[in-house]
Ligand binder design. Structure first.
Ligand SMILES: [Zn+2]
Length: 78
């Protein structure tokens, strides 16, 4: 069963996340995730789907909407 991710939580990358996401890796920097990395489900400029799993360091938390955004995208919509 696919894990459901929320856009306001931090996830520690575990084997389940590696299995489900490391084919593509991080959508922001295109590097692979490593076990123990902090990751968030962030909104960005991705065409197919609002939220993607990216490294937490590449995201900002928007308090107004309670949602993580990919940094560059967040700058562009401000
Ligand atoms: Zn990344």
């Amino acid at each position: 069963m696919e894990q459901t991710f929320k856009t306001d939580a931090t996830y520690i990358v575990d084997l389940g996340i590696l299995n489900s996401h490391n084919e593509k890796g991080c959508e922001a920097c295109h590097r692979k995730f490593n076990l123990g990395d902090q990751a968030v489900m962030a909104c960005g400029s991705w065409p197919d789907d609002c939220a993607k799993l990216i490294h937490k360091s590449e995201a900002v938390f928007d308090k107004k909407t309670g949602t993580y955004f990919e940094k560059n995208y967040f700058q562009s919509i401000k």
